[in-house]
Design a protein around this ligand. Structure first.
Ligand code: NAD
Length: 260
C-alpha cells in the first residue's frame, strides 16, 4: 500500500462486510488514513478478529455482528456505533453475496436472497446512518456495486446483476435527495478481484473473467485487481478530495469495460 495521508482524521466510518476480502482492505486503508472505523459483518467472530488485527489497542475500532437484511438490527448497530465512536460521517456499503447460476438455474429463493443482502441491506444501512449526516449537514456514502450491473458476462447470476443494478439506481436517486444536506452518494463498480466470494465458482467459470482484463500488472494476483485497489477508491470517495463528486460510478476494473 502507498503511504497514507491523514485525509480521514477525526471521521467515523462504518464498513459493512468488514470481515470479507474487500472489507478487510477497506478497514486497513481507512484506519491508515486516521479514520475511526466501525466494522459490521454477519460473521461476528471474524469481524472482531479483523478489528483486533488492525487495531490491537482497540481504540479506533468498534466491531459488531449485524445482518444487513434485518433493518432493526442495522438500526441497533448504528446506535451502538454512535455510542462507541460518535456520529457517523461515512458509510461504506460493501456487504454482498453472489452465486454462479445461469438464468434457468435461478431459484426464487436465491433471486430474493441476493436482493435482500445487496439491495435491501444497502438501503437499510443508508437509512440508519442518515440522521447523523443530515443533522451535521455532511456525509459520505460509498456503495459497492459491480461491473456485473453494467456488462453481461457468461457466469454472472442475473439476480446478482439486477440487485447491483438496484444499488446503482439508489445511488443516483439518493445523491439527488441528499445533496441539499451536504451528503454525497457514489458507487464503485469493481471488476474481477479474487476473494472468497468466488470460492463457489469453478476454475472454468473464473477463466473468462481473468482472461478479459487488459491492464496486466503481474505479481501474485496475476492480471486481476486487488482488494487494495477498491480500498483506495473508497478512501478517495470518503474524503474531502471528492467533495464535489456525487451520484457517480467509479469503475475499478483494469479497463475490462473497453472490450466487446
Ligand atoms: N470480488 C469481486 O470481484 C467483486 C466484484 C464486484 C463487486 N464485488 C462486491 O464487493 C463486495 C465485497 O465482496 P468481496 O469480494 O469482499 O466478498 P467476500 O465474500 O469476501 O465478503 C463479503 C462479506 O459480506 C459479509 N456478508 C454477507 N452477507 C451479509 C449480511 N447479510 N449482513 C452482513 N454482512 C454480510 C460476509 O460475511 C463477508 O464478510 C460485495 O458487495 C460484492 O458483491 C466484488
Amino acid at each position: 500500500m502507498t503511504a497514507p495521508s491523514g485525509r480521514l482524521a477525526g471521521r467515523v466510518a462504518v464498513v459493512t462486510g468488514a470481515a470479507g476480502g474487500f472489507g478487510r482492505a477497506i478497514v486497513e486503508r481507512l484506519l491508515s488514513e486516521h479514520a475511526r472505523v466501525a466494522l459490521w459483518d454477519l460473521d461476528e467472530r471474524r469481524v472482531a478478529e479483523v478489528a483486533a488485527r488492525f487495531d490491537p489497542a482497540g481504540t479506533d475500532t468498534f466491531s459488531r455482528g449485524v445482518d444487513v437484511r434485518d433493518s432493526a438490527a442495522v438500526d441497533a448497530a448504528a446506535a451502538a456505533t454512535r455510542d462507541a465512536l460518535g456520529p457517523i460521517d461515512a458509510l461504506v456499503n460493501n456487504a454482498g453475496i453472489s452465486a454462479a447460476a445461469r438464468p434457468w438455474e435461478v431459484t426464487d429463493e436465491s433471486w430474493h436472497e441476493q436482493f435482500r443482502v445487496n439491495a435491501d441491506g444497502t438501503f437499510f444501512c443508508i437509512r440508519a446512518c442518515l440522521p447523523d449526516m443530515r443533522e451535521r449537514r455532511s456525509g459520505k456514502i460509498v456503495n459497492v456495486g459491480s461491473l456485473a450491473a453494467q456488462q453481461g458476462r457468461p457466469t454472472t447470476n442475473p439476480g446478482y446483476a439486477a440487485s447491483k443494478g438496484a444499488v446503482l439506481g439508489m445511488t443516483v436517486s439518493l445523491a439527488r435527495h441528499l445533496g441539499e444536506y451536504g451528503i454525497s452518494v457514489n458507487a464503485i463498480n469493481p471488476g474481477f478481484i479474487k476473494t472468497e466470494i468466488h470460492n463457489q465458482f469453478t476454475p472454468e467459470e473464473l477463466a473468462p473473467l481473468t482472461a478479459d482484463i487488459p491492464l496486466h500488472r503481474g505479481g501474485e494476483h496475476g492480471s486481476h485487481g486487488r482488494p487494495e485497489d477498491i480500498a483506495a477508491a473508497v478512501a478517495y470517495l470518503a474524503s474531502s478530495d471528492a467533495d464535489f463528486v456525487s451520484g457517480e460510478f467509479l469503475s475499478v476494473n483494469g479497463a475490462t469495460r473497453t472490450g466487446s
